[in-house]
Design a protein around this ligand. Structure first.
Ligand SMILES: [Ca+2]
Length: 360
């Protein structure tokens, strides 16, 4: 690579740019073919709407006998056509306005000469004249039949790529549950309730089956994970919670569900548990004691043997624990509770033994 000289590099650069531009053009062109048909469809839809909404109008002055004779009737007039054509596109839609401008003559031709013989404007204009669309069930430049045939593309179980446009490749994107080039096969978890060469109905298996040939849990070919075959060859839920060892951690309890299980945290008063709450403990966690089957906090501060033994220290009980704090008016210094400096004696200092709690 390092030996490539300036001119060679430039050539390489040009070649790769040309290639990229071509690649972009090809994929854009394919997309353009589909969107051109969508635009044309909108135009002809709007034409039909405009045709309906102008149906009750006339020239506005009331048709006198003279007008009737001299002018063609409003119904088939150039003025009515112009009114309809004006409403074909949103002003912001570049592609629509360009298409109408480019083919304005065709609208006149159809309006004055073809309308009676070819009343379907979409068919005459989009499909047969400017050739941006194809008849339903066909696709591509030559309007070939979609996979599965133009009558029921994808056998009614999917969408044909480019259906009704001059773009696309005619291949099927199958609806949920269906599979295969022709959308006649079923995906795993679905089975063919009806199936022949041209028709297929896929129905969802029972939730216990990975694959099946019918709708119940006895029709499974293979059970899904979390399910197992019983002696009647039906797929039934595995009770993971009865397994030894338990699939959950020591501080969790197990809950069995259909097709699965879950692990949930034990109450913090428990050391191991069989369910939620402090009454489902296997043993009590440290700091808790068994009170008639429920693990409750031990009040260390009210035990006969004091736990906070230093002078001027108070015991504060907390859930599962206790703390030793210096009494009001004292602070901790080098592990001892010493009296706070009292700069001004404006009040009688609170005696520590009358204060029920230390300041937290
Ligand atoms: Ca289970």
């Amino acid at each position: 690579m390092l030996s490539i000289t300036g001119p060679e590099l430039r050539l390489l650069w040009l070649l790769s740019c040309t290639f990229l531009v071509l690649l972009c053009r090809v994929s854009n062109a394919k997309r353009d073919l589909k969107s051109a048909c969508t635009t044309c469809q909108q135009i002809t839809d709007n034409f039909n709407k405009g045709f309906d909404s102008t149906a009750k109008q006339n020239f506005g002055g009331g048709n006198t006998a003279w007008e009737e004779r001299k002018l063609s009737k409003y119904e088939t007039s150039e003025i009515r056509l112009m009114e309809i054509v004006e409403g074909l596109c949103e002003s912001s839609s570049f592609e629509c306005n360009r298409m109408v401008e480019e083919h304005e003559d065709h609208f006149e031709t159809w309006w004055f000469k073809r309308k009676t013989k070819h009343p379907d404007l979409h068919k005459w204009f989009c499909i047969e004249t400017i050739k941006v669309c194809c008849p339903k069930g066909t696709f591509g430049p030559d309007c070939n039949a979609c996979v599965g045939g133009s009558e029921r593309p994808c056998h009614g179980n999917g969408i044909c790529d480019g259906d009704g446009t001059r773009g696309g490749n005619g291949k099927c994107s199958c609806n949920h549950g269906y599979n295969g080039e022709f959308c006649l096969d079923c995906i795993d978890g679905f089975f063919n309730e009806v199936r022949n060469d041209t028709f297929s109905l896929c129905t969802e298996c029972h939730s216990s089956c990975k694959t099946c040939n019918g709708a119940t849990n006895q029709d499974c070919d293979e059970c899904k994970d979390g399910w197992e075959e019983d002696d009647q060859e039906a797929c039934v839920d595995v009770n993971e919670c009865s397994q030894d060892p338990s699939p959950c951690k020591e501080d969790q309890f197990c809950q069995n569900t259909e097709g699965s299980y879950s692990c949930k945290a034990c109450d913090k008063a428990c050391a191991g548990c069989t369910g939620a709450g402090p009454d489902k403990c296997q043993a009590c966690a440290s700091g808790y004691q068994d009170t008639e089957g429920t693990c409750t906090d031990i009040d260390e501060c009210s035990q006969s043997e004091p736990v906070c033994t230093k002078e001027n220290q108070e015991c504060v009980n907390t859930d599962g624990l206790y703390i030793c704090l210096c009494s009001s008016g004292y602070e901790e210094k080098d592990g001892e509770c010493v009296q706070l400096p009292q700069p001004e004696k404006t009040e009688e200092p609170e005696a520590p033994d009358t204060s029920p709690h230390g300041e937290l």
